[in-house]
Design a protein around this ligand. Sequence first.
Ligand SMILES: Nc1ncnc2c1ncn2[C@@H]1O[C@H](COP(=O)(O)OP(=O)(O)OP(=O)(O)O)[C@@H](O)[C@H]1O
Length: 245
Amino acid sequence: MATDVHRPVTAHAVRVEGLTRAFDGRAVIDDLRLDIAPGEFVALLGRSGCGKSTLLRILAGLDRDIQGTALVPRRRAVAFQAPRLMPWKKVWRNVLLGLPGRPERAVAERVLDEVGLGHRIGAWPKTLSGGEAQRASLARALVREPDLLLLDEPFGALDALTRIKAQRLVGEVWQRRGCAVLLVTHDVEEAVLLADRVLVMDGGRIAHEQRIDLDRPRGITDPRFAALRAGLLERLGVDTAAEAS
Ligand SMILES: Nc1ncnc2c1ncn2[C@@H]1O[C@H](COP(=O)(O)OP(=O)(O)OP(=O)(O)O)[C@@H](O)[C@H]1O
């Protein structure tokens, strides 16, 4: 029987059990189990098409055609690779979009300041740079004061420098807010840089998990960082021998 329960949990930020999602009779997610603790930062890796975004959409409540259980907090928010801003609304109105009541501009201002975008509060989305648009998208998620922040490759389209800044920002926001984060990424380095735990999805399940017990801030020059990165690359089936030679 299909169950679809989205209700607040306290001991876990996410509790998923026996989760299955099929498209046209093919199970993309297959009896998946996953727990995320409150305040935990989890990164999700896996080859293209393995079902990462599908899982994220289910946790966001955007896909309810599932079997099994997916328990998530009521306060959750999602940001995607594409910032998805409404072009006919100024930045601050985009941030407040969909919030209940009639929140004031000052509410948007606070959260835009938090992501370093306070100076663009009255701008039109089309005038923002890629990094700025991604910050606006993050602000729109944060204004919901989520207990669970779901990020689907939020830095994927950014250039290298902007990406590093955005990664740092997410790390800071997470430490300040104390919300749980599930970050879908293709970037192993990013996962080891930010997460408490890195999951590798394969065959519709969490096939491997790696705890990252490194102090923060983390540096790629730390030999333990390199070892963790190499181990995860191997799990993903990437041949690292070429890099070493
Ligand atoms: N609405 C849909 N209808 C049919 N098939 C779908 C649908 N959504 C996803 N799929 C299929 O499910 C599989 C998993 O897709 P998903 O987007 O979750 O993968 P992903 O791991 O996020 O991939 P990527 O890393 O490339 O973004 C793919 O084969 C995809 O074609």
